[in-house]
Design a protein around this ligand. Sequence first.
Ligand SMILES: Nc1ncnc2c1ncn2[C@@H]1O[C@H](COP(=O)(O)OP(=O)(O)O)[C@@H](O)[C@H]1O
Ligand SMILES: [Mg+2]
Length: 269
Amino acid sequence: MSALAVGRLDVTLLGRRVLGDVDLAVPSGSWVTLVGPNGAGKSTLLKAVAGAVEHAGSIGLDEVSLDGMRSRERARQVAFVPQEPTRPDGMNVVDYVLLGRTPYVPYFAVESASDVAVVEELLDTLELRELADRPVTSLSGGEFQRAVLARALAQQAPLLLLDEPTSSLDLGHAQQVLELVDELRVDRGLTVVSALHDLTTAGQFADRLVLLVDGEVVAEGPVREVLTEKLISAHYGAAVRVVHDADGGVVVVPVRERTARLTKRTDGA
Ligand SMILES: Nc1ncnc2c1ncn2[C@@H]1O[C@H](COP(=O)(O)OP(=O)(O)O)[C@@H](O)[C@H]1O
Ligand SMILES: [Mg+2]
């Protein structure tokens, strides 16, 4: 059990209200994805749940306030993959992933054999074995993104927050990583909240979508109710076709509204 309930979340940054009165309910074991244009507040919402940004309002996991927890306890409950993680200087991949075990290592002690075993398994799962001794500063964007995910999974927290976890990954790695998260969700009952900017991908991996615009929730519900041409054109200023494929998937395709006009002009010239 690990249901997330966010109530009346408010965040003000540099005097600007970035999130206003946001409510969010994520049932235990489900996957909810935040979508919305650049600057909507997706990252800020995830940071607030992770305890990385000051906020007003309540954030509860199974009705226990996350804000009331010590950071060590919070890190056992919530793992966070930030959109722009920092790369510690002089740290290799295996030590970086081991950082995910910190909330379990007693003070003044070193990692146990079981901590190391958790990390070893993740190095294999995320194809990091050959990079284990490389400094994280030397990795490509995609390689580092897999290391960041491994570190978060090493925390073995019941709530996983993913902020654009596939932005640097190629198509194959992106699918593998999201499938892995979904397997963990099903097998271990993880609750997942992600922000993904690719709407088609967002629809493939979430039970429900939440559309954030200017710090407020403007739509939420099952994928088909949120990924509509009307909502996307209104809030993204984008021209799209939304295609429903035979097995229930929703595909969002960008189109050029001006194409027809341009073609006509060329014909007439
Ligand atoms: N540290 C900060 N200080 C001031 N404004 C910020 C800070 N971080 C984010 N913002 C602003 O908050 C808004 C929401 O940002 P963000 O949550 O990153 O949006 P998203 O992830 O949806 O693109 C943006 O207008 C952004 O400029
Ligand atoms: Mg963001």
